[in-house]
Design a protein around this ligand. Structure first.
Ligand code: EPZ
Length: 422
């Protein structure tokens, strides 16, 4: 099992770092490639991540041609011809995001069978909003033996009010509605930049979607869609992770091609803390002096609130800021496990249900730690850069799902870090 070994203490990250296409954009974009009944879809700026290989296999499993030219970060999909309608357990169980193929398969075939995704360490991850929305569009849903089966004689446009602005449910319903008869209005929809990126691709395919990025989506159904070409949007969470890495090491780092607009909630919190964040022509520059940073209170919320996917990394930053900071996690019910590991490094923190109080500025010692989920892995590596001594982070399969060459990029900025196997 690989481990990442970080030597901490006096790390100050300097230089510039490039970021990849967004994992949380490319996964639904790959699901959308199922929808066109003619022509190829080509995605550029595709990140080389294990979740992308998994989603490619899910789509391939539907008898669709998928090729991934990793040298050019390009995926080509041709979904013309008959589609199988079952997404097998072996892939869905690896990655719960596969559930977003349910809507596209149903819209194309009138029948879909997808294995029920399990929960994960950060929460139970139900899909009730996905299923309720598909039923509103005219699907009959049954759940037998761990599989979800959806059938329809033809999806009909509907007015859907989402109980919660779920990202995945918004994506599933938006894709299903593109081929429904009539108009669908989705209210209280998710507003993340990845939703906007998906709507851009779907409209390039011949859909008629308006309002992406706002809380109300209007989708006028069309008869069929055609292939299209699209650049995956930059990964705002990878960009944010490097912003935090620079901030917590009193660094001076340019995060190239980072998009200010996509990171506004994080940037505003960094600035409130006293981090210098400036927009340059080719990215966002972070400069900070840890000794001058002030503690803050952060609450995670659906976009445009502070992203839950930056919560773990931001708590790592809070550990080096003198005073008591507060992190409130409102999106997932079990997303503070990294704090248990950080306690082993000397962190004083107290968790009261959805609120973590973090007493920053105390000395931290390197230790052997285990990562429990993707963003926790990144957070533990970051805190290893500022703890005294050596930190070893195991269970890197989580990290590899969402970060490309993470330790190499940190090493290029000056971190004393390496990845060993065994
Ligand atoms: C997406 O997950 C992201 N994953 C997650 O990123 C991200 O944390 C999450 O959105 C929130 O921003 C991908 O895009 C592949 P949700 P998703 O449906 O779609 C509840 C990462 O680290 N809910 O918005 O699954 C759910 O329990 C990952 O990159 C229901 O109750 O998130 C959770 O509490 C982690 N019923 C909340 O909504 C439903 O039917 C947010 O879930 C669906 C969701």
């Amino acid at each position: 099992m690989d481990k990442i070994i970080v030597k901490g203490g006096s790390t100050r990250l300097q230089g510039e770092v490039t970021i990849e296409g967004a994992k949380n954009a490319v996964l639904p974009l790959l699901a959308a490639t199922i929808l066109p009944s003619k022509g190829q879809t080509i995605l550029h700026n595709v990140p080389i991540l294990s979740d992308v290989f998994t989603m490619n296999n899910v789509v391939r499993g539907l008898d669709v041609q998928v090729s991934f030219d990793q040298d050019h970060n390009m995926v080509t999909v041709d979904a013309t011809g008959d589609l199988l309608d079952e997404a097998p357990y072996e892939y869905v169980s690896q990655m719960r995001a596969s559930i977003v193929v349910l809507g596209p398969i149903l819209a194309r075939n009138g029948h879909a069978k997808v294995s029920m995704p399990g929960g994960c360490t950060i929460g139970s991850r139900p899909i009730d909003l996905h299923l309720k929305g598909l039923e509103a569009l005219g699907a009959k849903i049954s759940q037998v033996g761990g599989d979800i089966t959806a059938t329809t004689d033809g999806l009909q446009g509907a007015n859907i009010y989402m109980d919660f602005p779920s990202v995945g449910a918004t994506q599933n319903l938006m894709m299903a509605a593109t081929l429904a008869q009539g108009t669908t209005i989705i209210e209280n929809a998710a507003r993340e930049p990845e939703i906007v990126d998906l709507a851009i691709l779907l409209n390039k395919m011949g859909s008629d979607i308006r309002g992406a990025g706002t809380e109300t989506l209007i989708i006028n159904g069309v008869d069929k869609l055609h292939g299209a070409e699209h650049d995956v949007v930059q990964d705002r969470i990878e960009a944010g992770t490097f912003m935090v890495a620079a901030a917590m090491t009193s660094g001076d780092v340019l995060i190239k091609s980072a998009i200010w607009e996509h990171n506004r909630p994080l940037i505003s919190k960094l600035q409130e803390m006293g981090v210098e964040v400036t927009e340059e022509s080719d990215g966002i520059r972070i400069k900070s002096d840890v000794n001058r940073l002030k503690p803050v209170t952060v609450k995670t919320l659906p976009h445009p609130g502070f992203p839950t996917d930056m919560q773990a990394q931001f708590t790592a930053l809070m550990t080096v800021v003198n005073g008591e900071s507060t992190m409130i996690e409102t999106v997932f019910e079990n997303r503070f496990q990294h704090l248990e590991e950080m306690r082993r490094m000397g962190l004083h923190s107290e968790i009261l249900r959805d609120t973590a109080l973090i007493r920053g500025g105390q000395p931290l010692q390197g230790a052997q730690v285990m990562s429990t989920d993707l963003r926790a892995s990144a957070a533990l590596i970051l805190i290893g850069m500022v703890a005294d001594g050596t930190t070893s982070v195991g269970e890197l399969s989580h990290l590899d799902r969402g970060y490309y060459k993470f330790h190499e990029k940190l090493a290029a900025l000056g971190a004393d870090i390496k990845r060993i196997n065994g």
